[in-house]
Design a protein around this ligand. Structure first.
Ligand SMILES: [Zn+2]
Length: 280
């Protein structure tokens, strides 16, 4: 069963833990994929800061690219249909955010350090398609990615892949080096009033998935100091990296929010199959 495999590599326990109602396997995959991407995007910020990676363009775009490529590294032995469906889930999260917006009061403004939700959707859809255009033409149909952009997506993907390979070569921990600094996981107890959070904590902790990802990062890169990955209740559906304290925070609320958005997925996918162009 794919979900069992996912549990070894990803954060599927985060999706399964939310008890509101039984989750459809597509919804579990959506929550898992986006929980992973959120964590890997923040790890992108962590690596940019800790390794002092040179960044051209917006750091938020670079963190999206690092997070996206992180999914490939995390699932490098598992590039099956389920994996590509996860890439679409990650792009579609931003389409859902785009569609939910009140056009009169957008949450992300033009001056923001993040790209607009619609742009993040198309950027990620382009990278997903560009990773294997011959096999993934269906991503064009599902996302409505216009030909004008799709034509260059393989080049875009290869450019990002090249950058990530360069980073891995230049900042890798040398084989045989003694264990250096580590990224360590810390769980904070969620408040009682946050429905589903306690169960979420129990399952995530029991799965050891976050520890596996932190271990992978610690073993791959020569980190300059000890860092923390904190799972906490933040009072908002958020995640961030604090470059002063060296702490990456992933909020329970963020994962629970993906659960909420997953319920809108069938409507979105119906639109895609019907060939409707995404609109807010
Ligand atoms: Zn960011």
């Amino acid at each position: 069963m794919k979900l069992a495999t996912l549990a070894l590599l990803g954060l599927s326990s985060m999706a399964q833990a939310v008890p509101v109602q039984a989750l459809h396997p597509d919804e579990v995959r959506f929550v898992t994929a986006n929980a992973e991407f959120t964590l890997l995007h923040e790890m992108g910020h962590l690596l940019i800061s800790e390794l002092q990676l040179p960044v051209l363009g917006r750091e938020e775009d670079a963190a999206d690219q690092l997070g996206f490529m992180g999914l490939f590294l995390l699932h490098e032995r598992q590039r099956d249909a389920d994996f590509y469906a996860k890439l679409l889930d990650v792009a579609d999260y931003w389409r859902l955010e785009w569609q939910r917006q009140n056009p009169a009061a957008p949450e992300v403004r033009e001056w923001d350090s993040h790209a607009l939700d619609a742009q993040r959707f198309y950027n990620l859809a382009c990278l997903a398609y560009g990773s294997d255009p011959r096999q993934l033409e269906w991503i064009i149909q599902m996302t409505g990615l216009p030909d004008e952009r799709a034509f260059y997506c393989q080049d875009e993907y290869q450019q990002v892949e090249h950058a990530v390979n360069w980073i891995r070569q230049h900042f890798a921990r040398k084989a045989g080096e003694p264990a250096g600094h580590r990224l360590r996981v810390e769980y904070q107890t969620p408040p009682q009033h946050l429905p589903g959070a306690t169960e979420l904590l129990d399952k995530v902790r029991a799965s050891g998935e976050l520890e596996a990802i932190a271990e992978r990062a610690s073993n791959t890169f020569a980190l300059p100091r000890d860092l923390k990955l904190i799972v906490a209740s933040c009072g908002e559906a958020n995640a961030w990296y604090n470059r002063i304290s060296g702490e990456l925070t992933l909020c329970y609320e963020r994962i629970l929010y993906f659960r909420e958005l997953a319920l809108e997925l069938p409507r979105l996918r119906q639109q895609s199959v019907a060939g409707e162009q995404p609109t807010p």
